[in-house]
Design a protein around this ligand. Structure first.
Ligand code: SF4
Length: 205
């Protein structure tokens, strides 16, 4: 995850190249679907409410914390912050490790070694990071809100993040090819798509 301040970029980690750090068995792809399902089933058996509704970020286990990342990749985009006004602008320029094809980190396990300014999320810093997108599950839980229908923990399907228009997949450019960040300022990472705001998945999707 990252925020760009005074020209210096910072990125946020997450599952697969996205927010939060921890260690994790992330890395895009295989097994995620089953892993999320296990958590959902476990949550359903053990408690009436799923863990993200009854626990604070600080109370979550490492596995729960990692599963909270929806893999959207929005936090891995460069941002620009005006040094005088502190105004924050998002860009569609992705961290060098973020795959523009999948929207996920290509080396989640080693991201801090390869990208020193990648920011590790924690229960302490999440409430202070104004560059976390409004769709970010860490931000939502920190603000006492529930997850949306498209979050993999709710839907059981990582693809719903893309279906809801929340994933960065297919609409970003790598920092290796982007050129000046000022040419890439956009607003959508700071917005919640209309489809994503619905209370349930639209029938036609
Ligand atoms: S939910 Fe999205 S914005 Fe939040 S940490 Fe994960 S990838 Fe980043």
């Amino acid at each position: 995850m990252a925020g760009k301040q005074s020209g210096k970029a910072a990125r946020a980690p997450g599952r697969d190249g996205t927010g939060r750090g921890a260690d994790a068995k992330n890395g895009a792809g295989g097994g995620l679907r089953g892993w999320w399902r296990k958590l959902i089933v476990a949550a359903g058996k053990a408690e009436t409410k799923p863990f993200w509704r009854r626990k604070t970020l600080a109370q979550m286990t490492t596995e729960e914390w990692e599963s909270l990342c929806d893999g959207c990749g929005r936090c891995c985009l460069h941002k620009l912050r005006d040094a005088a006004t502190r105004k924050l602008d998002f860009t569609n320029v992705a961290c060098q490790l973020l795959s523009t094809r999948t929207g996920r980190c290509r080396d989640y396990a080693n991201r801090f070694a390869k990208v020193p300014d990648c920011v590790q999320l924690s229960p302490r810093n999440v409430p202070k990071l104004d560059w976390l997108p409004p769709t970010c599950a860490y931000r939502l839980v920190s603000e006492g809100k529930d997850l949306y229908w498209w979050h993999p923990l709710v839907s059981g399907d990582p693809e719903t993040v893309f279906a809801a228009g929340v994933s960065v997949r297919g609409r970003i450019v790598s920092e290796r090819r982007a050129g000046p960040l000022e040419h890439h300022v956009i607003s959508w990472p700071a917005e919640i798509p209309k489809t994503a705001r619905r209370s349930a998945r639209p029938r036609q999707e």
